[in-house]
Design a protein around this ligand. Structure first.
Ligand code: PDD
Length: 283
C-alpha cells in the first residue's frame, strides 16, 4: 500500500490512518465503495465509476459527504502524492460513526476513506499470456448485488474457496444453475463466434469494465449477447474471460479443472483486450 491515504478530509500517512470502532462500515458493512484503475497517471473510466458510486449511495439512502467534483480532486491528489503511474484507487463511504443501532443514525456525517496503491502493467500482461483458472461456487449473496456495497463476506468466502482449489477466481452459480458473475469480476464465455455475458439485472454488479468492453465491441461491430449461461455452456465454450477494474480483460483457461478450448489463451482474448484498451476513457 502506498504511503498517503485520505480519511475524512485529511491526507494522512497510511499507517496512521484510522477509523472509529463505531463506524457503521465496520459494524454493519453499511456503506458503498468503488475501485478505480489508474493507467499512466490517469483514472480509467472515471465517469462510469463516479456515476455508479452515486447510484450506490442513492440506493442505500446515503448522501455524499463531499461535492461530486471533489472526488476527482482527491483521487488525483492521491495519485500525485503516492507517485502512482499504474495503480488502483479504493474509495469507501460508510454511514459514519454512531452508537451501534440498526436504524439509521440522525445527523451523522458519512465517513470517507480513499487509498491508493501501485500495480504493474507488466504483471497484468504476463498474467494475461497464461490466463487464469476459475472455480465454480454457490452464489450466497443477497438480492441487490447491483449495488456496490461493503457487504462482501460471500465473495470473500467464494474467492477463498477458489484459491484453496488452486484457482484465481470464483464464478458464482445461482439456484437455477446459471453463472451470475465472478466474486469480484464479470463473467464472459465465447461459444463459436458468439460472445455471451450475463445480463445486468439485480443479480450482478454492472461492471464499468463490462460496459466499456461492450462499447468497444459495438464500435468494432463484434457481436455479443447478454444471456445467462450455465455449466453445460461453459463445457462447449472455446474461450472465456473475466472483466473488472483490477483485471481489465483477463482470459480464463480452466473452469473447475476442465480446459476451456485447448486450455490456452485464445485468439479472441487479445482482440477483446486490445479493443477494450483502445476504448477506455482516461481522465
Ligand atoms: N470488483 N462484479 C463484482 C461482484 C465485482 O466486485 C466487480 C468489481 C465487478 C467488475 O466491476 P468493474 O468492472 O466496475 O470493476 C463485477 C472490484 C474490482 C473489487 O471489489 O475489488
Amino acid at each position: 500500500m502506498s504511503a498517503i491515504s485520505y480519511v475524512n478530509g485529511v491526507y494522512i500517512d497510511h499507517q496512521d490512518a484510522m477509523v472509529n470502532i463505531e463506524d457503521r462500515g465496520y459494524q454493519f458493512a453499511d456503506g458503498v465503495y468503488e475501485v478505480f484503475a489508474v493507467i499512466k497517471k490517469k483514472i480509467v473510466d472515471y465517469d462510469g465509476h463516479i456515476n455508479r458510486l452515486y447510484r450506490s449511495l442513492n440506493e442505500i439512502s446515503l448522501k455524499s459527504p463531499i461535492v461530486k467534483d471533489a472526488y476527482i480532486f482527491h483521487i488525483r491528489n492521491l495519485i500525485r502524492k503516492n507517485n502512482i503511474k499504474d495503480g488502483l484507487i479504493y474509495l469507501q463511504i460508510s454511514r459514519g460513526v454512531a452508537q451501534r443501532d440498526f436504524k439509521f443514525p440522525k445527523n451523522t456525517k458519512p465517513s470517507i476513506v480513499i487509498t491508493a496503491k501501485s500495480i504493474s502493467m507488466d504483471d497484468y500482461y504476463s498474467k494475461f499470456t497464461k490466463g487464469i483458472k476459475v472455480k465454480i461456487t454457490d452464489d450466497l449473496r443477497w438480492k441487490r448485488v447491483d449495488i456496490k456495497t461493503l457487504n462482501l463476506l460471500p465473495p470473500v468466502l467464494a474467492k477463498q474457496k477458489a484459491v484453496e482449489n488452486g484457482c484465481d477466481e470464483a464464478w458464482m452459480i445461482d439456484s437455477e444453475g446459471y453463472i451470475t458473475e465472478g466474486s469480484s469480476s464479470n463473467a464472459w464465455i465465447l461459444i463459436k463466434d458468439k460472445l455471451i455475458t450475463t445480463p445486468a439485472t439485480n443479480s450482478i454488479l454492472k461492471g464499468i469494465t463490462r460496459t466499456s468492453l461492450i462499447n468497444a465491441l459495438k464500435k468494432k461491430k463484434i457481436k455479443f449477447i447478454e444471456k445467462r449461461f450455465n455449466k453445460k455452456d461453459i463445457k462447449i465454450a472455446n474461450e472465456a474471460f473475466i472483466t473488472s477494474a483490477t483485471q481489465f480483460v483477463m482470459p480464463v483457461v480452466k473452469v473447475d479443472n476442465a480446459k476451456i478450448g485447448d486450455g490456452k489463451v485464445g485468439k479472441y482474448a487479445n482482440i477483446f483486450k486490445d479493443a477494450y484498451m483502445e476504448a477506455i476513457q482516461l481522465k
